[in-house]
Design a protein around this ligand. Sequence first.
Ligand SMILES: [Zn+2]
Length: 425
Amino acid sequence: MNSTLKRSSLVALAALTLAACSNGPTVFRPNTQQATGNVQGLNTPVRGLPQTTVALRWQNKNQIVQAATSGIDLFGANASQRTAKARVTAEQQVQLRAMGLQVTPIVEARMDDRAGLPTGYMTYGQMVEKLKALAAQYPQLVTLEDVGDTYLKSTGQAPNNDIWAISITNKNVRTAKPAFMMTAGVHARELAPVELAMKIANEMTSKYGKDPQITQLMDTREVILLPMVNVDGRVEVEKGNAWQRKNMNGRGIDLNRNFDSCWNYKCLNAPSSWLNGLTSPGSETYSGPRAASEVETQAVQAMYTRKPNIRASVDVHAYGEMFFWPLGYSEKTIPEAAQYKAIYQNTFARHGYSGGTSLELLYPTSGTTDDYGYEKHGAFSMGMEVGQSFRPSYSEVEAMWNTTRASWLGLVQAAGTVQLANPRR
Ligand SMILES: [Zn+2]
């Protein structure tokens, strides 16, 4: 890139930053003068076409915003390194290069594995058995609920596919307690978050009365875990389709773009290019026909309504080591921003995670699980990308848990300490 281009992109970014600081809906406007790539066609259905995994590197934010909103299957982004990966067709590789990104074909480890899950992971069925075992063993702590049918169950295609929520608290302490809710497995191929949720369930039950911090948390907080939201997609992964991300309704809907929170950027005047990936059914970020169209989305949204004591929540994804706070499409400072930064600094910043809104760190998102908790319920709602691959070995998951355990407990603690600008109660 020559210096003139470099300067103009800096000026554009400065203008964008200024625009983002003004009042009203915040829109990150791509610098269309530099949008040399033909984004038309990037959102064409790609299922069935040969795909290559590529490493991406960008120089300026406009490039990653263009790439991410185009509808390609982008993952593993690293905000500080300005790198990501994508699974793309030959045509999409050409288009990404035209946008100015560096594109290098690579092999994504373990993703051609048709064997289902790596050794050590729980299947969906095993997870349900474990949850039932915890409920039986710790009745004074655990409430286990089937909180909804998946798409395949609701259409008579998979009678056992239920979405489960485990709530853990000392039931003998009857005063109202602030709740922390964690959702995981919204994206099927992201394996570590499910295991982390189950490790928290195990920790909160088996160490009650033994570990003073766990005992204090269970006496003063409620922990609600939905360890596997996208059960249908996960079962597909277990059958050997390692790349499955979306739910199993038709060609699939990205549940993490389907929530009733600024769905399809309806709350702001977003550039039309931002809608490319959201509106094409073939895209991995297809947001569905309408807000909260999917039964899996509805099950999570209903938790907030049924449990008004949810004061903090986190939706955990993989991968990339990032800690997000609302709003995904905005660089505007929300009233709780300083608290988010403080909690981030005291928890996942210690593990090298990047922190900020999705747009600050990378690119805009809308209709996400974490934005919904904040916007519609006033909860201290966070998003995470954990680990460094979709399918880490189980020993890597255990190492991740051992390293980050105190930070997860810190998030649970925060449910009782955060000051919310718009609390539901
Ligand atoms: Zn995800």
